[in-house]
Structures are given as structure tokens and as C-alpha cells.
Design a protein around this ligand. Sequence first.
Ligand SMILES: *Cc1c(COP(=O)(O)O)cnc(C)c1O
Length: 397
Amino acid sequence: MTDFSRTRQLFDLPDGVIYLDGNSLGPLPKAAVAAVNRLMTEEWGKDLIRAWNTRGWIAKPRTVGDRIARLIGTPPNSVVVGDTLSIKVYQALASALALRPQRRVILSDSGNFPSDLYMAEGLIALLDRGYELRTPEPEDVEAAINEDVAVVMLTEVDYRTGRIHDMGGVTAKVHAAGAVTIWDLAHSAGAMPIDLVGARADFAVGCTYKYLNGGPGAPAFIYVAEQHIAGARPALSGWLGHGAPFDFDLHYRPAETVERLRIGTPPLLSFAALEAALEVWDEVDLHDLRARSIELSELFIAEVEARCPELALASPRDPNRRGSQVSFRFPDGYAAMQALIARGVIGDFRAPDIMRFGFTPLYIGREDILAAVDILEDVMTNRLWDNATYRRRAAVT
Ligand SMILES: *Cc1c(COP(=O)(O)O)cnc(C)c1O
């Protein structure tokens, strides 16, 4: 059994804060501070450029990728880390489209995170070959899979509501129609067990600053199923995806491995923090984590519905159809969330009216949930949100 009282000790959380936003930016792992400090003083400071060899810097996108592979159900050497999630989406989509050159439809859904859709729109415009992006409602995606579709690109867990797509079931339908899948795991990796190989997923991408706690702007990851690696054409053909970067050939020749999806120099300070954050997972069984996350989210829903009748559940009621977040709708949700944050309960807000709360068993327990709902009840019952300062929108919501 995972000891969640122990994992909690591995994070540095400020006093007086109940942090229900680890689905958006994970908190600081204590080991990350030491790791970044060591990288700066020992590695960069003393080894200088030699550290690319002596400290294994050049291999970090692959070695850190292997740590993520264990969390998403894929073998070693199937994941590389780098860049941002938006860039990894672009690379996956360009590679996937090249596998189905006769087809012109990219199928996603209206619940996908906008950046994934925007990257698709940008790629479509650049390719200028008549590609079409279809975004039906999430419930209608499966019915929209047909033989015109080249790629189905979905985020497994909806960033607003937490609704889960059935990865195995959808992937089987996609394959039956002769198309290829891209799964975005931004709200799944570190939130629940994932079995990409079991689901026969073709491509997957995700970020590491949400449930994986890698820190703001931590590098993203990309997975390619083994049978697609040789055909995955790198749209962003940078030198570190070359088969032999230090040959300095005049022409690009992709690496034989998933490292062909590397682009340029990895940000080593961020890698140091991420690598330390991922060590926390050595002590965690993802099935224990999932059971605990469901227990916490069920407790939260029951308490909120009993004590805050103004809030309407926006997430699926069935915990098996929900990721590790719970969302409630409230017309003045932005102001209500600001009032909560001012009282030490940190969640976030997604337009137009969603108050979003993340449940992260590594450092959140039952007593945090009960304390958070006490404050939420006070904010709602006494209309503490009804205050001009809480209505003023900040750049980041
Ligand atoms: C968080 C998130 C992103 C953010 O992309 P970045 O390039 O890291 O800013 C993209 N897609 C999804 C589905 C997300 O949840």
C-alpha cells in the first residue's frame, strides 16, 4: 500500500493553504530544490560544457522519458521529453497524418483544450492540402469516426469537466476505421493508471507540470508506438532529432528511435526539477492513488452538494467516468473562486462558469477536503464572493 502520509512529506506546501489546483500546476517537491541547486553549483558550475557527457545531460530527454513511460504503461525507449505540450501535439499530428496520406479529416472534440485545436488549425493551414478539423461534442465523437478520418486526436480527461474518454474502446473503433489515434494525457498522467500499450494507442503526448509536479513550464513528453516510429516523419526536424547530430551533416536524417522527436537543446534546469519530481512516483502505486482520488472526490461532492446548494455539479457523477478533478458551475464562479483563494483554498476557474478543484492524494487528505468545504460553505452562504475586488479578472484565471 502506498503511504500517502509519507508522500505528503515530500512536498513543500505553504502553511494555511489547501491546494486543490495540482491538476493545473503541481506544488514544489522538496527534492526539486536540491536537484536544481546541485545542477547549478555542481554540474553547470564545475563541469561546465563537459557535463553534457559527464552528467548525462545529452541523454536526459530519453532517461527522464523512461521514468514517464512507467507511469503511462509503455516500454523503455518509447517516450522522449522536451519542448511544450503544444509543440508535442503538433509533432504527433504531423507524424500521424503522414501515416494516412489519402485521408483529410482530423477528428477531435469540442471539449479538447484549445491549444490542441489551435495547433491543428495552424498545421492544416501550413500543409494547405484540404485538411479539415472536426470538433463534435465529446459524446458524439465515437459516432463521427468513419473512413474519411485520418487521425482522432482527443484529450483523455476533459480539462473543464473531468469527463473521461474510454481510451481502449475509442482506439479500437478508430483502428477498425483504419485511422490513427493521438491521446493527450495532460490531465491523466499522474492522476490515474494509464495503459497505452494495452489500449493499443498510436501516439500520446502530455505535460509534466500538472499532476507530475515538474514545475512551471516543465518540458512535455511524447510517446510513439513502436510500429510507427520508423514512419513518424518529424515535422520539426531539429539537429538533436538527427540520427547523428555530431556528424553535422548538411542534410537531415531522423534518428531510428523515438528520439527523432527531439528538436533542440533541452532546458537542463527544468529537467533537473522534473527528474526529482518524478522520483516521488517510485513510492506510489497508481491503483492506490486512483482509489484514494475517488474517495476524496466523492467526499468533496457529497459535502458540497449537502452544504452549498447554489453550486451545480459539472463533472460526471460516476467516479469511473471522471478524472481526478471535480467541477461545479456557478454564474459568479470567478468571484467565488477568488474569495476562496483569499481564504487559503486554491482551485481555479474556467470560463464561462466553472469552478475547478483538483484531488491529488500525494499531498491532499480527507481533513483538507473537509476544511476546504467549511470555507466554501462560508463563502457561498454569506455571499462573501459578492465583492468588486473578487470580480476583477486577472490575466490567468
Ligand atoms: C495544459 C494543457 C495544454 C498546455 O499546453 P502547453 O504547451 O504546455 O502550454 C495543452 N493541452 C492540454 C490538453 C492541456 O491540458
